[in-house]
Design a protein around this ligand. Structure first.
Ligand SMILES: C=C(O[C@@H]1C=C(C(=O)O)C=C[C@H]1O)C(=O)O
Length: 129
């Protein structure tokens, strides 16, 4: 039987960290430095995917709770507080606060879309019951 590391994403084996349109066009030492920095970027990107997956698991539970109790999908008061907080954190971390706000709004709008779908499914199944 082949050994499998289930902690790794399925496509981890097929990912080539050295893939680049610059290969063969750049000095070897520059390419080595670029690849070394990119290995950190790859770790950060993997972490972002895991973090987002966990966040969506949590927001999915909120969606079910809201659908069960017929609460609205969006909560503008909560969103305003989160955005103000993240803008402050971004400033402290030297990240563009406008980017942090745009990024959070992008995620929230996807969450609200999920919540609307959960509410619709919930309504359909409670009508059928
Ligand atoms: C997750 C929730 O639902 C929506 C999505 C939010 C989010 O992704 O952070 C915040 C507020 C709501 O508009 C919630 O109400 O907590």
């Amino acid at each position: 039987m082949t050994e499998q590391n289930n902690a790794l994403p399925h496509d981890a084996d097929s990912f080539n960290p050295a893939a680049s349109s610059l290969a063969g066009h750049v000095d070897r030492t520059v390419m080595d430095e670029l690849l070394s920095i990119r290995s950190s970027i790859d770790n950060i990107d993997a972490t972002l995917v895991f973090l987002l997956a966990e966040r969506f698991k949590a927001t999915q539970k909120v969606g079910v709770l809201k659908a069960t109790h017929k609460l609205p999908a969006g909560d503008p008061g909560r969103e305003a507080a989160q955005i103000a907080r993240l803008r402050r954190l971004a400033e402290d971390a030297h990240l563009d606060p406008a980017f942090a706000e745009k990024f959070l709004n992008f995620i929230i709008s996807e969450v609200i879309r999920h919540h609307e779908a959960i509410a619709e499914d919930h309504q359909i199944s409670s009508q059928q019951a």
